[in-house]
Design a protein around this ligand. Structure first.
Ligand code: IMP
Length: 195
């Protein structure tokens, strides 16, 4: 079975491929010709809109995600606006570190949220949500992953590491995207059977 992943983010494509490896599916990249809809302020609506656009355009079952970083000291911002928090990963990270300048360790709590969505060409759709709790570091650390990974730490005490310091499999085991897409994977037999 061919499933289209509706993203233009190479980091997400790589991660979702790994998370869903082992399933009897072929995950295909979104054709360049398919336009993705603009994003609003709701993870689930954004993820469903992307999956629906890809399913309609390609005629295949499509999956997509929308994700964001919710920072306690910023009242949950930037959340669904995380991609729009700066022009690129480096400027988004710099802005976040600036915004949390002087914030104590105990108040640097944050979480990554991911809503994974599926949509079929015949108009059905659904979602699965994953969350990963952590905190925002005072400086970048590590070279793996993508996005905000170098300043987002998981684990406590001596075991704390930034997501950019984790091996891909370690990140996927605890990440918001890993949790959401493993839940979505469990839904696939029901989605493909109900035709
Ligand atoms: P979107 O889901 O494409 O809207 O992306 C949301 C924003 O959060 C982008 O800036 C991503 O780089 C960032 N982001 C999403 N998932 C992750 C992750 O797993 N690690 C680090 N940053 C992420």
């Amino acid at each position: 079975m061919q499933i289209v992943l509706a993203t233009r983010n190479a980091g997400k494509l790589r991660e979702v491929r790994t998370i869903l490896a082992g399933l009897p599916i072929g995950l295909v990249a979104l054709p360049d010709s398919v336009e993705l809809p603009p994003e609003g302020d709701d993870y689930a609506a954004n993820a469903i809109d992307k999956a629906v656009a890809a399913a309609r355009a390609t005629g295949h079952l499509a999956i997509a995600d929308d994700s964001g970083l919710e920072v306690d000291a910023l009242g949950g911002a930037p959340g669904p606006f995380s991609a729009r928090y700066g022009a690129d990963d480096a400027s988004r990270i710099a802005r976040m570190l600036d915004a949390l300048e002087g914030v104590a360790d105990a108040d640097r709590g944050a979480r990554f949220v991911c809503v994974a969505a599926w949509a079929t060409p015949d108009g059905r759709s659904g979602t699965a949500r994953g969350v990963c709790e952590g905190r925002i570091l005072r400086a970048r650390s590590g070279a793996g992953g993508f996005g905000y990974d170098p300043i987002f730490a998981v684990g406590v005490g001596a075991a704390a590491r930034s997501m950019a310091e984790l091996a891909a499999a370690e990140k996927n085991a605890v990440s918001h995207r890993g949790r959401a897409f493993r839940m979505l994977a469990a839904m696939l037999p029901g989605i493909t059977a109900a035709r």
